[in-house]
Design a protein around this ligand. Structure first.
Ligand code: UGA
Length: 411
């Protein structure tokens, strides 16, 4: 959907002259078409952009911004200690960029920035000759390219509607609903969307918990709910809690925003608390199936926060793993692409799913990798010391149910 052609970008990296060695390494890799993250189709797209010479990577802002009309800032806004979004990277990047602008450019902020950020950035750069547009992004890791090329909506916020329309036009937005609005509304649309999705998941995970006590099946309950078009069937899969680099920080930031404007969001706060309880509940249920976790050898399938990514930031799988370790279990983990982070030195990472289950007292499936569907109960179960399997994502096929003591979350 996006015409890449004359657009020059500034993507997510601190490109100051004192750029660190690791940034230099990353830029060199990108110049060779090597992408440092696992994202389906991205390497081919970068390769294509490099070959066609409509994508380039630079270490200096003077090169990056040469003749640029639109400058996209995509730097992170991590969570600060009090839960608010930390704007310092965005402000620093905006000021760096501003010092190289000729005038007449449009600065487009794609980073998830809190309410009022536009005013702060505009004040900080102090360039009345430059337009500012807030253009939040809604793509998901693992399906980022699909989401980018098939957006459900475009949001552009600015005090200059012409600048906002010009940014929307860059996407070749035929048939895509476009919301042209104020910067504050654009900023809030992003937080409201992520928080609403997180609370939908907290709700379904609470329903899963009720189903477990009530001899009901969350899969049927979710299906029955999802067929009501006012509810919809998406984001109704129960799991080990929600995580990743966005929902945890964005829900906390929305709580902070709501409090700062004197309209506290009790419901988003509750969704966050409910999510922490899911991690505890999963481990308690697994532990009771195994008769305690002390001294037990536990196989874990899935470390990434969701399938099709190598990202383990705020991964629910790791929240569960750390509780298993605290309860005295030893963890052997397998993930098709994600690496166990160095903060978990006690976790043994195996190179195949079957290696993880050798002599295991129990297996817990924490990430919904499609390849786990294909793993054979016949091959895996005989390797285990005991056939305790906890399928938190509901991904194993029916043969597991007949051949093991399988428990499914929400049933
Ligand atoms: C999320 C939003 O979905 C994107 O729209 C947004 O652009 C992005 O944050 C962002 O702010 O940058 P992402 O964090 O990549 O995307 O991942 P999601 O697919 O939303 O999943 C988040 C968590 O919810 C994962 O832990 C996932 O396993 C869990 N989840 C999702 C479920 O447990 N069940 C579901 O049915 C769906």
């Amino acid at each position: 959907m996006l015409g890449f052609a004359p657009l020059q970008g500034f993507l997510g990296l601190d490109m100051s002259l004192n750029a660190s060695i690791s940034i230099r390494g990353k830029i060199r890799d990108l110049q060779q078409g090597q992408v440092p993250i696992h994202e389906e189709g991205l390497e081919a797209l970068v390769e294509e952009g490099l070959t066609r010479a409509n994508l380039s990577f630079h270490l200096t802002l003077s090169e990056t911004l040469l003749d640029a009309e639109f400058i996209f800032l995509c730097v992170p806004t991590p969570q600060s200690e009090d839960g608010r979004a930390d704007l310092s990277y965005v402000l620093q990047a905006a000021c760096n960029v501003a010092s190289f602008m000729r005038g007449g450019e449009t600065l487009v902020v794609k980073s998830t920035v809190p309410l009022g950020a536009a005013r702060l950035i505009i004040e900080a750069i102090n360039r009345p000759d430059v337009d500012y547009v807030s253009n939040p992004e809604f793509l998901r890791e693992g399906t980022a390219l699909w989401d980018f090329f098939n957006p459900e909506r475009l949001v552009v916020g600015s005090s200059n509607s012409k600048a906002a329309e010009a940014v929307a036009d860059l996407y070749g937005r035929v048939g895509v609903p476009t919301i042209v609005t104020s910067t504050s509304s654009a900023e809030l649309i992003k937080y409201a969307s992520n928080s609403f999705l997180a609370l939908k998941l907290s709700f379904v995970n609470e329903m899963a918990s009720i189903c477990e006590e009530a001899d009901a099946d969350i899969r049927d309950v979710a299906k029955g709910m999802g067929l009501d078009s006012r509810i919809g069937d998406k984001f109704l899969r129960p799991g080990p809690g929600w995580g990743g680099s966005c929902f945890p920080k964005d829900t906390k930031a929305l709580v902070a925003i709501s409090e700062s404007v004197g309209a506290p969001s009790l419901i988003v706060r509750a969704a966050i608390e409910s999510n922490t309880l899911v991690f505890d509940r999963i481990v308690e249920r697994f532990s009771s199936q195994l008769g305690g976790l002390t001294g037990k050898r536990i196989a874990v399938w899935g470390i990434a926060f969701k399938a099709n990514t190598d990202d383990t930031r705020e991964s629910p799988a790791l929240a569960v793993v750390s509780r298993i370790i605290s309860a005295g279990g030893t963890v052997y983990a397998y993930d098709p692409v994600a690496k166990v982070p160095s903060e978990y030195p006690e976790v043994f990472q195996t190179s195949t799913a079957y290696d993880a289950v050798v002599d295991a007292d129990g297996l817990i499936v924490l990430t919904e990798w499609p390849e786990f569907h294909l793993l054979s109960a016949k091959d895996a179960l005989p390797l285990m010391k005991a056939r305790n399997v906890f399928d938190v994502r509901g991904i194993l096929n029916a043969t597991w149910e007949t051949q093991s003591d399988l428990i499914l979350v929400g049933r």
